[in-house]
Ligand binder design. Structure first.
Ligand code: GDP
Length: 366
């Protein structure tokens, strides 16, 4: 892995731009899986990294640590999407044929606390990138990471590509703005721009502020005796949860398609936070029983009676999205994409990975 300080690396890396991809948000969960996926297919991968006082590159550093690929196959660039001039310069230099735009403020709950940053990073930054692409003098294919949150409180269940957007939080609103703009740029300027309307997709690389990872790390710590209780918010909330590595496959397939199109990427099934939690604990040998209601509901370990789950209203959302379940049949038909790891299966896989990590057994986390 190389950090660009010398533009000659770029020129030798991809003289004609073929099989060369640029990823914004490369250090995130999806960015790291996508990087591995593309490298394995022979791509040269360039990634945009924001300069920060603390390094936040562990997911990408693990790829470098394997030393499977020479440094010129994975090149990181310091930059910021809000700096349009430097983005333009960078893309003219690299000449990627595929751009995967995954960067942005990714937390729905947090978007109520920092709505302006969320709209700037998820909405305006995407528009800025589309404007840069419009002026490029070579053809490029653009993937935009949209979200099920554009549907918020949907009028139709399950949702398809035709369902009207009706976001219920600033995050969903910003993603809807960017999704509409991708379509507008596709129609108006002929850009190969598509949005993946992805439902929740999780993995052992998920950030700990998402409920799935919070649950699986909590279960692993409780199992190991490092923690006694896990505090959660709305246990009745339901999500359409898939497995992140399968979703990056869909992203790539969208950019290989004959025509650009938006696609719903979803499993079509939901499970509740309570069910996800039960599956994660059971995977580590702890069967849970829930008792009580509302904020007084608790979860106990059935064999020991130990209280392990409590409700903390601080985790309740001002408005929670509901009925989010996607119909990915268009992606199934057109891209031959069907997710296999679903809901509680994801919970089991993540809980086992966190348990192994905590035990120090993991050679490398998945
Ligand atoms: P989101 O679907 O992108 O908002 O993903 P999250 O993992 O942040 O939240 C998924 C659902 O879990 C939402 O409906 C939350 O209200 C619910 N939830 C329940 N307890 C918690 C918690 O402790 N933390 C978070 N982040 N969400 C929680």
């Amino acid at each position: 892995m190389t950090f660009i300080t010398d533009s000659s690396i770029v020129e030798t890396a991809a003289p004609d731009g073929r099989r060369c991809a640029f990823i914004t948000g490369i250090t995130g969960q999806d960015g790291s899986y996508l990087t591995e996926y593309l490298l394995a297919q022979g791509y040269i991968v360039h990634g945009l990294v924001r300069r920060a006082s603390m390094f936040n590159r562990s997911r990408i550093d693990r790829i470098r640590s394997t030393q499977e690929y020479p440094p010129e196959r994975l090149v990181l660039h310091y930059g910021d999407l809000s700096d349009r001039t430097s983005m333009r310069r960078l893309l003219r230099q690299i000449k990627p044929r595929e751009i995967y735009h995954l960067a942005g403020q990714s937390h729905v709950g947090l978007s109520f606390e920092i709505p302006e940053v969320t709209c700037q990073e998820n909405g305006m930054a995407t528009l800025g990138l589309l404007e840069v692409l419009r002026d490029l003098d070579y053809p490029v294919r653009f993937y935009h990471a949209a979200s099920a949150e554009i549907f918020g409180t949907p009028k139709q269940v399950p949702q398809t590509e035709e369902t009207a957007s009706n976001p219920s939080n600033p995050y969903g609103c910003a993603k809807a703005f960017a999704t509409h703009l991708c379509r507008i740029y596709r129609n108006a300027y002929g850009l190969f721009a598509c949005s993946g309307i992805a439902y929740n997709h999780e993995s052992p690389r998920r950030g700990e502020n998402f409920v799935t990872r919070k649950i699986t790390i909590g279960a692993a710590r409780i199992k190991a005796g490092h923690q006694s209780v896990l505090h959660l918010g709305n246990l009745n909330s339901r999500r359409d949860w898939g497995y992140a590595p399968e979703y990056v496959d869909a992203m790539w397939k969208m950019l290989q398609a004959e025509k650009p199109h938006d696609y719903v990427l979803a499993t079509g099934k939901t499970c509740s936070i309570r069910e996800f939690t039960s599956a994660a604990f059971l995977a580590l040998g702890m069967e849970l029983v829930f008792e009580g209601e509302g904020v007084d509901e608790v979860g106990r370990c059935s064999s020991t009676g130990q209280l392990v789950i409590k409700i903390d209203p601080r985790y309740f959302r001002l408005v929670d999205s509901s009925d989010l379940v996607g119909d990915a049949s268009l992606a199934g038909r057109t891209l031959n994409w069907t997710p296999k790891v679903v809901g509680v299966e994801v919970a089991r896989l993540m809980a086992v990975a966190d348990h192994e990590q905590l035990q120090g057994n993991a050679i490398q986390s998945p």
